[in-house]
Ligand binder design. Sequence first.
Ligand code: PHE
Length: 467
Amino acid sequence: MHDSDSSQEKESGENRGSFTGKLGFVLAAAASAVGLGNLWRFPYLTSHYGGGAFLVVYVALAVTFGFTLLIAEVSLGRRTGKSCIDAFRDLSKKYSFIGWLLAIIPILIVPYYCVIGGWVLKYFVESATGNLETLATGGSGGDPYWWDYITGTATGSVLDPSIWFVIFAVMCIIIINLGVSRGIEKVSKILMPMLLVMLLIVTAFTFTLDGIGDGLAFYLVPKFEDLSYDTFLGAVSQIFYSMSLAMGIMITYGSYMKKDVNIEHSARNIGLIDTGVAFIAGLMIVPAAFCFGFQDSSGMGLMFNALPMVFHQMPMGEIVAPVFFLLVVFAALTSAMSLAETAVSIFKDRMHVSRPIAVGIVSAIILGLGLVCCLGFGPWMTNVPGDQGAGWLGIFDTLTNSILMPIAAILTCFFIGFVVKTALIEEEIEINGVFRSKKLFRVMIKYVCPLCLLAILISGMYGTFFA
Ligand code: PHE
């Protein structure tokens, strides 16, 4: 969210802005990290991959794998003082293509991110206008309302979800165009803690639901017979998404970090905040969904199916629901903006077009691909290759999270482990004292991370093209 400032600073050469200190950096990075990944994606994956078993694997991978990549990206950024394309080019011309690859990913994520943002916006408006009951119970033919809504059964066509998508996308575009992201960041320092408080309140209420004990056991107690290769792959892809890794974002953020801030501590804190919020969102949604009996059938609709039912039963749910969805809209908007702003600055700096033209190109991509996602649940449903109920949106999600991000991350690991060597990163971290996880870092970045990533990549490709 400092990106709009950054692009101006880039033009003026040396004078790059920086975060005010450790807290400034951690909060800005956490604001990018906390978004729909934590609130929407993490709960449905957890539910889908067997609850507790997924949770354990996710947390174990976050502290090893996620932490390693986060440290690597932030250090790369601070070392070079550049954002992703230039950071790679500065260190080795030959490998600057890795920076390009990282840069393409946000451009492909932001359209479908805005589609989901549109659903949240719709849920906010419906719950604020007294239609919570419809959201909770309005489904037909055994399907929950969310499915009827996105497939157009509820309203006769996919026009309504498309309109809400366009509204969300336009909000995002207007904000980056006005360059008011600084102000949004200040506001998000108030709204983010509010979101956390609301998460805790709603979670506390779900504990009173009938049969919640079984739901909690499903979420918290790992049944290791549920562990499969897919659990592991789902967890790795979620770590990229949730921690904003493998898309150049943390490199850019690292480039704004002052030299006296400890990278290792900051990375640990960002990881803790992001994983903590995901854990609480899971605690709020997964056990409740289990109680209502759709923990497995909902897929990416889990949040949209479970929460209205929770609010419907909650005292003052009519008030809590709109407030809650509005806070989620906000968290999604801040993340979508940082994705879109990254895309804008890439077009602007690399294609040497003016900012309004760059915004125009990015807007056209967002609207074009986003509408493909909306239509993919309606008239274009049958055209979706290998569709597993997630339509074109699912294809973009898999393409970025399970294919492009692993490729980008393998190349980053290779680049750090074998081209510029780990000493470069270690030196950068040791500017502020001992690098405690140095040995772990070396082994992870050179061997463990690339091997795991290769596994996820192969299976992601197999799942997309052959399954
Ligand atoms: N990490 C964000 C989320 O969890 C998604 C995101 C990725 C946002 C990259 C900005 C940049 O929703």
